[in-house]
Ligand binder design. Structure first.
Ligand SMILES: [Zn+2]
Length: 138
């Protein structure tokens, strides 16, 4: 379990998402009517605005769409990683879903870099994610 001073705060809509990450699963809200994936978690589908949703496991793979290099962190928990890349990753499941996370890689970051998710348990109820190139085919 990771020591964190600052951790995500789960609410009614996001609690199952954070719980899944704490349990080592990467799940995203999925519409049972139109098939659209919605992130961040919310009770309404961003595709059809319906409410017939479930939290389904995704492959956890994608590619870097954009990124910044963090040289000064405002979070005490992240200072140990400075400088680090904060990547915006487009999931393989859907072209318009982007999820931010720290990139763990010794490769030079570029648009289209293939990554996979890694989960981190913060508490028994809350986890977080990062992205890595480790184990990802070129
Ligand atoms: Zn929908």
């Amino acid at each position: 379990m990771a020591e964190r001073i600052i951790a995500p705060i789960a609410d009614r809509d996001s609690a199952p998402y954070w719980q899944a990450l704490a349990d080592g699963h990467f799940k995203v809200t999925h519409c049972n009517d139109c098939g659209h994936w919605t992130w961040p978690p919310r009770p309404i589908c961003s595709g059809c605005h319906g409410g017939n949703l479930s939290l389904d496991e995704v492959k956890g793979t994608g590619e870097v769409f954009s990124w910044i290099v963090v040289h000064r962190s405002t979070s005490p928990d992240m200072m140990q990683y400075v400088p680090y890349v904060l990547a915006l990753v487009r999931l393989d499941e859907q072209a318009d879903i982007y999820i931010p996370g720290r990139l763990i890689s010794d490769k030079e970051v570029h648009r289209g870099l293939k990554v996979r998710v890694v989960t981190e348990k913060i508490t028994d109820e809350v986890g977080d994610l990062a992205w890595t190139t480790e184990g990802v085919p070129l």
